[in-house]
Design a protein around this ligand. Structure first.
Ligand code: DX5
Ligand code: ZN
Length: 223
């Protein structure tokens, strides 16, 4: 558990040493964290390639972390089954490409996983409103997806407020996650606007003191 905080820090494996991914996952567990964010890119929806289901399956027996799998794919419906079988705990899919979003979200739950819907920085909150009664997580990207190490987009903050308001007004309980350029400072701004789940790649894996980073981001005291 993330001691003394109901907020979640999900370090992104994208920023770990790709020749030693299991060690990266272990480093996350060692900081008392329970989620691991895994970025899957197809070279079409985003201009980069990362991990396939085989990598997730290979990591599964080596980690007890909750695998938060972020699919950046043009046709996620074709891959949700493979990632569920590989050991994903949550699978999130983007709203921007054309496919049956509602059916794919439902399929993810049928496969025994939690589901999430993702919005790029320029996609308005309203685009996902019709789906929000059927999701476990909403991910608002705070950079254009594709690469780690980019600068946080301040202009996304009002969208967080809108998604947090919608949650409250409709009595919903989805996680509100942010991803991209998250540091202690930008994470605090997101929290002030309603976010509760924070993906951090560079800021976690390159931190001189990962424990101190996690404690500061989650506002927790573990030492
Ligand atoms: C970007 C990915 C992010 C990325 C974040 O396309 O979705 O999860 O790893 O990396 P940082 O925290 O370095 O911005
Ligand atoms: Zn991501």
């Amino acid at each position: 558990m993330d001691a003394s905080s109901d907020h979640i820090l999900a370090p992104s494996l994208l920023a770990a040493d790709h020749s030693a991914l299991a060690e990266g996952a272990r480093a996350v567990e060692q900081q008392g964290l329970s989620w691991l964010h895994i970025d899957i890119m197809d070279g079409h929806f985003v201009p980069n390639l990362t991990f396939g289901p085989g990598v997730v399956a290979a990591l599964r027996p080596k980690s007890t972390l909750f695998f938060d799998v972020h699919l950046m794919l043009d046709n996620p419906g074709a891959f949700v089954e493979a990632f569920a079988h590989a050991g994903a705990n949550l699978i999130s899919i983007h709203i921007e490409p054309e496919y049956d979003h509602a059916a794919t979200l439902e399929r993810i739950r049928e496969l025994g996983c939690r589901n999430g819907i993702v919005l790029n920085p320029d996609t308005p909150a309203e685009a996902v409103f019709p789906l929000l009664k059927s999701v476990d997580l909403v991910l608002a990207m705070t950079v254009q997806p594709g690469f780690g190490g980019q600068s946080f987009r301040e202009d996304v903050l009002p969208k967080l407020t809108a998604l947090a308001e919608f949650r409250k007004q409709n009595g919903l309980r989805y996680h509100l996650e942010v991803d991209g350029g998250v540091t202690v400072e930008t994470g605090r701004r997101c929290r002030e606007h309603g976010a509760d789940t924070f993906v951090a790649g560079t800021a976690f894996f390159k931190a001189p003191d990962r424990r101190a980073f996690a404690d500061a981001l989650l506002d927790r005291k573990t030492r």
